[in-house]
Design a protein. Structure first.
Lengths: 116, 107
């Protein structure tokens, strides 16, 4: 069974950093890209970018280029979304997704709240 | 970058009605178009890939079609469990942009 398991909700202060894990199981981790999607409160889905776990090649949406980074650890079949210098505007739910092209499996989402 | 314009932004229809949601790409994306359903408070779910291929387990009242750069998601007979926001997404090349979403409610 394909599963993408994310961490629980996070509350951070402005200026702090956060690394959101996405633990993958149920298929060969290096076969498919892993995508990341942001959903701000009450808003739509935004494709942030993706990482190929085999070689950590990454692609970003122009809206998120330079704002976030991705990494992957093949030894534990986990990818990470890195958010630095957090702002209130980073408050959102972040989803990881398996991405053969379309997004066929989704993590449960990590809700991030940034507040002083 | 290619823009995806989805319409309407919301609609209200009666149970049993036929519902149509449209997504227009600003340039040719061939049929690299997916539709997702997100029920309130839930994780998005893939319904259709390749513009018209229904994923396994998706009710047959859902269908997708394409005409040039215009794509349509149709719910043949709206059911109460179809209350959700629906998104299109292009995946021909990065960025894999989503449409703005269509919120479907029951009248």
């Amino acid at each position: 069974e394909v599963q993408l398991v994310q961490s629980g909700a996070e509350v951070k202060k402005p200026g702090e950093s956060l690394k959101i894990p996405c633990k993958v199981s149920g298929y060969d981790f290096t076969t498919y890209w892993i995508g990341w999607v942001r959903q701000m409160p009450g808003k739509g889905l935004e494709w942030m970018g993706m990482i190929q776990p085999r070689d950590s090649d990454t692609r970003f949406s122009p809206s998120f280029q330079g704002q976030v980074t991705f990494s992957a650890d093949k030894s534990i079949t986990t990818t990470y979304l890195h958010l630095n210098n957090l702002k209130a505007s980073d408050t959102a739910t972040y989803y990881c997704t398996r991405q053969p092209n379309f997004l066929d499996y989704w993590g449960q989402g990590t809700q991030v709240t940034v507040s002083s | 970058d290619i823009e995806m314009t989805q319409s309407p932004s919301s609609l209200s229809a009666s149970v049993g009605d036929r519902v149509t949601i449209t997504c227009r790409a600003s340039h040719d994306i061939t049929n690299y178009l997916a539709w997702y359903q997100q029920k309130p408070g839930k994780v998005p779910k893939l319904l259709i890939s390749g513009a018209s291929t229904l994923l396994s387990g998706v009710p047959s009242r859902f269908s997708g079609s394409a005409s040039g750069t215009d794509f349509t998601l149709t719910i043949l007979s709206l059911q109460p469990e179809d209350v959700a926001t629906y998104y299109c997404q292009k995946y021909d090349m990065t960025p894999y942009t989503f449409g703005q979403g269509t919120k479907v409610e029951i009248k």
